[in-house]
Design a protein around this ligand. Structure first.
Ligand code: FAD
Length: 323
């Protein structure tokens, strides 16, 4: 059976949501090993096992948290040379991208980025990546020497615990980490205060575009989101204009979301936006232009002015809730 590894990023011992997605995919492709690095990483072992990891490498050195990429690359290069897996999967996160690209240069092996699916093919791998904002799907079958490295987009796979999973074999590493070479260090971490659900996890997203006209008009989106228990998102036009921080941006260069309901308000539906939200189960669009591209993908489209419709929508939701 193929050896498939997952770079299991953790935060204080909790695997990032994308890791559970990677594990779900990886276990369908072969015998899976997870690599969890940083302080508290051993706390993640139980969850990694639940999602199908048969073996987990753990190294708890603080350097994996405080020094960008290089310690993880050094360690992975060493472990890969020893165990020789066929495939290594990373999440398309900032750290995942950093580590995978350096590792690819170090090993002289293929790295396929931005993938949404992987399948076995002729003793190798067939990797699917969307191109041109998702209008074309390209399948790549790397011929370079192994292991093949793949960066998978968050939300490309639905995370599910394995039907039958035993406790994984754990190998705890304690060898010293070399941080003497020039490295980029994390000097400070800032946690953004947020209310309501996280954009990536929200079941309902209320998202605003340039059609809102001004930053203060996002107040009505906040009100609607509060009534619906939704998260607020935004298009890049809004972020570029400084109306909302980058953490709100959905799309090719922002977040990928997969809510049950996505409400697009004053968003035209450029492919760079829709690639980040087209996985939503139901898409509702309100736009004053009947020709707006967003209507081509919307399940429910309302042609009209957001400034008139959204306040009425808030009122209607409140009255149905008996407020
Ligand atoms: C490399 C690259 C990466 C990109 N990455 C992203 C990305 O990650 N995310 C992203 O969103 N974009 C991204 N973009 C930008 C993208 O191409 C679009 O420019 C952007 O999505 C447009 O944002 P918008 O829909 O808010 O604005 P616009 O395209 O200006 O659309 C505004 C819409 O609001 C409607 N409108 C105006 N007034 C009202 C009103 N009163 N009521 C109702 N409707 C109204 C208009 O009819 C229009 O359809 C990227 C572009 C490039 C080149």
């Amino acid at each position: 059976m193929a050896g498939v590894w997952v770079f299991a990023e953790t935060v204080d011992g909790t695997p990032k949501p994308v890791v559970l997605e990677l594990l779900t995919k990886a276990r369908s492709l072969g015998d899976m090993t997870a690599v969890a690095l940083g302080p508290g990483a051993s706390k993640s072992v139980e969850t990694l096992g639940k999602y199908g990891a048969k073996k987990v490498y753990v190294h708890e050195d603080g350097a994996f948290r405080d020094v960008l990429a290089t310690p993880a690359v050094e360690l992975l290069a060493r472990l890969l040379a020893k165990d020789k897996p066929d495939l290594v999967i990373f999440g398309m996160t900032y750290d995942g991208r950093d580590v995978a690209s350096r590792l690819s240069a170090r090993l002289g092996t293929a790295l396929i980025a931005n993938a949404t699916d992987i399948g076995a093919k002729d003793g190798g791998w067939a990797i699917v990546s969307p191109m041109f904002g998702g209008s074309l799907l390209v399948t790549t079958v790397p011929k370079a020497k192994g292991p093949t490295l793949v960066l998978i987009r968050p939300k490309a796979v639905t995370a599910e615990p394995a039907a039958s999973a035993g406790a994984p074999q754990v190998e705890t590493l304690t060898d010293p980490v070399d941080t003497s070479k020039p490295v980029a260090r994390v000097l400070r971490r800032e946690t953004e205060k947020a209310s309501g659900p996280k954009l990536e996890d929200a079941a309902i997203i209320v998202s605003g575009g340039r059609g809102l006209g001004a930053p203060e008009n996002f107040k009505m989106l906040d009100e609607l989101a509060a009534e619906l228990g939704a998260a607020v998102g935004a298009s890049r036009a809004v972020v570029d204009a400084g109306w909302k921080p980058y953490s709100f941006q959905i799309g090719q260069t922002g977040k990928t979301v997969k809510p049950t309901v996505y409400i697009a308000l004053g968003i035209s539906g450029a492919m760079q936006h829709t690639v980040g939200m087209k996985g939503a189960r139901t898409i509702i669009a309100i736009n004053k232009d009947p020709e707006a591209p967003i209507f081509k993908m919307a399940d429910l489209g309302v042609v009209g002015d957001v400034h008139k419709i959204v306040p009425q929508l808030i009122q209607e939701v409140r009255s149905r809730k008996g407020k």
